[in-house]
Design a protein around this ligand. Structure first.
Ligand SMILES: [Zn+2]
Length: 337
């Protein structure tokens, strides 16, 4: 089966993904606690500008403004009956921007976590997770998304539920988890365990990987962990632009465009094929990343020391693939990529 993403993957050595959705929308006036998905109806101009920013900076694909567009998340804002329309609208605006770009740009329908903890630790069953993700995937498909893209996941069961939902919607997909707890996801998964999980899925993703988490150094250590486990699919790297700092009442990421350019090339050297940013990554960062990927030659996989020297130290001694680190540190929370 071919689609826009698999076509690009078959002709290119690397693809530039997009940057931050949340950071950009906050800069456009989104208030903490608001659901940005309603902007797919109320502020079409701002969502168009969000997407256009990535396309103009050279992104080969970008995510839709639908991260929190599942029934469980939208229910917090009284929007649980609008799942289909919200996702369809987010994808339609994206489709228009991508089709006007004059080149092949992939619309990836963003699917974030449900925000609920799955059984047995929480109350969300596998079946209801599949149902929620399926509803969202159908909306994204109706709006013209090329692929579904589940991101910032920390539980293996939730990742599997998304995969099952995308099969029901007959949509190709990609998936990334967030390794933010000493190299593991907050539910304890290591990079090697995600490779194993992906290898066992009945409907394999087009690509898989890591997004968000701590800094870009940690993210690259995770990418090296994927490669060490022998992945069968292309690897995605979407790291944050540095470390969040609280400045004048808002969150600021300290990673410069130059740092993200180095990160992008190190990500490619580490074995990532789809390379983008997460929180704090602006079009200015993306432009620097594109230029670096186009002009600097691919090098050998970096050592951990070389990564730390270029991008800063790691948040923990081990990434858990040696059995170290916490195995379980669940907490509830809302995060936006
Ligand atoms: Zn993020």
């Amino acid at each position: 089966m071919t689609n826009a993403l698999s076509e690009l993957l078959s002709t290119r050595d690397w693809l530039l993904a997009d940057g931050a959705t949340g950071t950009t929308l906050f800069n456009m006036g989104l208030q903490s606690g608001d659901a940005p998905e309603f902007w797919n109806f109320d502020h079409v101009d701002r969502i168009t500008a969000l997407y256009q920013g990535a396309v103009d900076a050279g992104s080969d694909m970008f995510l839709t403004n639908t991260f929190g567009g599942n029934a469980s998340r939208l229910k917090l804002h009284g929007g649980e009956k609008q799942v289909h329309e919200i996702n369809k609208a987010g994808a339609e605006i994206a489709r228009e921007v991508a089709d006007k770009s004059g080149r092949k740009v992939v619309v990836a329908g963003s699917v974030g976590p449900t925000g609920d903890i799955m059984v047995p630790m929480g109350s969300l069953t596998f079946e209801s997770a599949v149902e929620m993700f399926h509803e969202q995937a159908e909306g994204l498909k109706a709006g013209g998304a090329d692929v579904c893209w589940v991101e910032t996941i920390s539980a293996a069961e939730e990742f599997k539920a998304a995969a099952a939902a995308f099969a029901l919607a007959d949509m190709p997909w990609c998936g990334t988890m967030s390794f933010d707890t000493a190299g593991r996801t907050m539910m304890g998964l290591t990079s090697a365990e995600l490779v194993k999980l992906v290898g066992k899925l009945p409907n394999a993703p087009l690509a898989f990987g890591a997004n968000c988490g701590v800094g870009s150094s940690d993210l690259l250590r995770t990418v090296l962990g994927f490669q060490a486990a022998g992945p069968e699919q292309p690897v995605i790297a979407k790291g944050n632009a540095g470390i969040p700092k609280y400045v004048d009442g808002h969150i600021h990421y300290d990673g410069t465009p130059e740092l993200m350019a180095d990160y992008a090339c190190l990500a490619r050297d580490s074995g990532a094929t789809i390379i983008g940013g997460c929180c704090g990554t602006t079009p200015e960062h993306l432009r620097a990343m594109r230029e670096a990927l186009e002009t600097r030659p691919k090098g050998p996989a970096p050592t951990l020391d070389a990564i730390a020297e270029a991008l800063g130290g790691f948040s923990s001694e081990s990434d858990g693939t040696d059995g170290g680190g916490p195995t379980r540190a669940p907490r509830r929370g809302r995060r936006r990529s």
